[in-house]
Every structure is written in C-alpha cells, then in structure tokens.
Design a protein around this ligand. Structure first.
Ligand SMILES: [Zn+2]
Length: 204
C-alpha cells in the first residue's frame, strides 16, 4: 500500500506551519528520496503482471531464505515510501507481507496471515497501491481487525489493529489472494483507475 494518505496529512502539517526543517536541506533530501523511491518502484511488480492476480501459497519453511526475503521487502517498502508490501508484489507467491504505518515503529512481518475477527463500522477511504502507480480509489473496509499468523521465525503472532493499521493489513492480505483495490472500489472509480493504468498510445 502506498503512503499517499499519510503524505496528505504531512502536507497539512506543513500548511499549518509545523515543518521544522530547513527548506534547502529538505529539497536535497527530497531529490535523493525520490530517486530511491523510483529505483524501488522499478523492482515492484506493476499492473498487468499476472503474478498480482494469483493466489499465494502457505509458507512452510522458516529458513534463511525467508528471513532474507522479509529483509528485502522491508527495505523496498521503506525506499518506496510504502506502508505495506506483500510477497507477490516482488514476484514471490508466498503468504507473507510486511507493514509499517508509523515511521517511529518497527516494521512488522506477518507470515500465513488470517483475519480472525473484523468489526467496527465499514468506512470508505482512499487507498493507493505500490503496484498501481497513479491510482487512488475509495475502498470500504472494517475499521478494526484481529490478525493471526506467524512471525519470520514461525512463532505465533496475534495483532489487534484499528484505523490505518487495520486498513493496511486488509489491503496486503488481499494481495495474497490476487485481489487489488480496483476490485473493491465503486464502478466509477474503477473505470477511472483502469483508464489511468492503460498504456497511452504514442501518436507519432
Ligand atoms: Zn497494494
């Protein structure tokens, strides 16, 4: 999932005068970060890639390869300014995702995740996706979820999440079943998204 929602909040902070950084330094950092983001996006499977539509398989061995995959996905998510990334998005059909909704919190990897309880009133909110560049569509989801699964060592994991965290894990879990945000939005938003995703013909 992309960080567009979080960015909107940051922009609001800047408008409110909360930006405490020097502008010039910011601009250099921004250029560097933007370059890192582009390199990361180039390594993430994009719309049209059939792997995004397949169901991922259960993880059965918790070995060094899995640990390395989690590390690679965490780095890519961070570089891409994402708040979540699922294994199929890097071409690996395994039931696993990483997510991080706050900069000051450790990223969390969830293996073989299952939502055991979902509640709260379903709310629509705009969602973006690292595999659907330029798309932001409203998606309605339960606002609280209890997620069970395993960590990277195979130990049992249980998370109770609300707000953005609840939204992100539902988005990432969808990726493990080949489901994308355009499948969960209203018909009009879906039409607009597909139009934005269609390669533009060159007229020359
Ligand atoms: Zn996504």
């Amino acid at each position: 999932m992309s960080e567009q929602q979080a960015e909107t909040l940051e922009e609001q902070d800047e408008l409110d005068g909360h930006d405490e950084h020097g502008q010039v330094v910011d601009r250099e950092l921004d250029a560097e970060a933007e370059l890192r983001r582009r390199v990361a996006i180039a390594q993430i499977r994009q719309w049209g890639d059939p792997v995004l539509r397949l169901r991922a398989h259960e993880v059965t061995s918790f070995d060094d390869d899995l640990a390395r995959l989690v590390e690679r996905m965490t780095d890519l998510m961070s570089d891409a300014s994402g708040v979540g990334l699922a294994a199929p998005q890097v071409g690996i059909l395994r039931r696993l995702f990483v997510f991080q909704t706050k900069d000051d919190e450790e990223p969390i990897a969830v293996v073989n995740p299952v939502i055991v309880e979902a509640g709260g009133e379903a709310e629509p909110d705009d969602e973006g996706c690292l595999s659907l560049q330029g798309v932001l569509v409203p998606v309605e989801r339960p606002t609280t979820v209890t997620l069970e699964g395993q960590d990277v060592t195979g130990a049992a994991l249980r998370l109770e999440l609300a707000g953005l965290g609840a939204r992100v894990v539902q988005h990432e879990l969808d990726h493990l079943d080949g489901v994308l945000i355009i499948d969960r939005t209203d018909r009009e938003s879906r039409r607009g998204a597909l139009k934005a995703l269609r390669p533009q013909p060159t007229l020359d």
